[in-house]
Design a protein around this ligand. Structure first.
Ligand SMILES: [Zn+2]
Length: 318
């Protein structure tokens, strides 16, 4: 399997001059990528400009950041031609890697705009190198700009930044430095294409956690009433784990529960309710093992939420 580290540059409607097209807010104008083999050696390069079909004026942000001129782009091929070439270059067995999670989403939005065959019929597993960098070298939550990460890692800046190819190249340089297996198992999943049915839902078990991505539901209530969403099964032995702390939510977006497996101990489950692009909601659930102390903290959190709700209720009835 090869790694495809890619970066896109895109343009958008210039304010007032051109109308923004709703299903193509960002028009891709350049694709740059490097291909790494399993040992993360660079074995290929891709760099193509794309002739715009929708936005023919360069938005000031794009021209400032990307250093591209419209007359250069006009020499490129159209998106469907370049995209086809790109996919052929990628090959069948590859894992996409990007700096941040936006590029894979915009790539698919542009493909959908041109009615191209979808990249996948369900969620796509990929590496968000920006996230991996944060997990490996920072707090796991912050997100650094690529150039700042390059500075921090003392990587030599041998080509200029802010073109698709160079940003892919530097992203690959960062990726090459991440060795920690606990970090490398933190895959991301792009959900532009959600599972169409229950059979297609995603269940993946990693060393220290597991992940489930549900199909689409009309609303949060239907989602949280679905057993396949809320069930808690030990992912090590596949047996139902006994509920110790029932599902509760601090904010209506995240839900938590703790259950106990006779053999494997306490398992914390977290559901994130996410809005889908075209309406409706879906769930991303993760399970991981926790200590008694961690369960205690979660119980305290739940009790505090209960108390707050009660106080609010009493306050409003007085
Ligand atoms: Zn178990």
């Amino acid at each position: 399997m090869n790694y495809i580290i890619f970066d896109l540059e895109w343009n958008q409607a210039s304010h007032g001059e051109e109308d923004r097209i709703e299903n193509l807010p960002f028009e891709i104008v350049e694709i740059g990528a490097v291909k790494l083999n399993e040992n993360r050696d660079m074995i290929g390069e891709f760099s193509k400009l794309i002739k715009p079909q929708v936005y023919h004026e360069m938005h000031f942000i794009t021209s400032r950041l990307v250093h591209l001129q419209m007359n250069e782009l006009e020499k490129g091929d159209t998106f469907p031609v370049v995209m086809k070439e790109f996919l052929e270059w990628c090959g069948d067995d590859c894992l996409f890697c990007t700096w941040g999670a936006l590029d894979l989403l915009e790539l698919q939005r542009n493909m959908a705009y041109y009615d191209m065959e979808p990249l996948s019929d369900g969620p796509i597993k990929f590496y968000d190198i920006q996230k991996l960098f944060s997990l490996a070298y920072e707090d796991g939550k912050s997100r650094k700009a690529l150039e700042d990460a390059i500075d921090m890692m003392n990587v030599r800046k041998d080509i200029p930044f802010h073109r698709a190819f160079s940003d892919a190249y530097y992203t690959a340089k960062i990726f090459d430095k991440i060795e920690d297996p606990d970090v490398l198992e933190k895959y991301s999943f792009d959900t532009f294409n959600l599972p169409k049915s229950k059979d297609q839902e995603v269940h993946i078990v990693f060393n220290s956690y597991d992940k489930y991505i549900s199909r689409l539901f009309d609303n949060r209530k239907d989602l949280m009433n679905d057993k396949s969403v809320t069930q808690t099964i030990c992912y090590k032995c596949n047996k139902p784990a006994k509920r110790k702390v029932g599902w509760f939510t601090p904010n209506g977006k995240h839900y938590y529960a703790v259950s106990s497996c006779f053999r494997h101990g306490l398992m914390k489950s977290k559901i994130r309710v996410r809005k889908a692009d075209g309406g409706g909601v879906f769930a991303v659930k993760t399970d991981k093992y926790i200590t008694k102390e961690e369960m205690k903290k979660l119980i305290d959190k739940r009790d505090e939420i209960k108390l707050q709700k009660q106080l609010k209720k009493e306050g409003s009835s007085n």
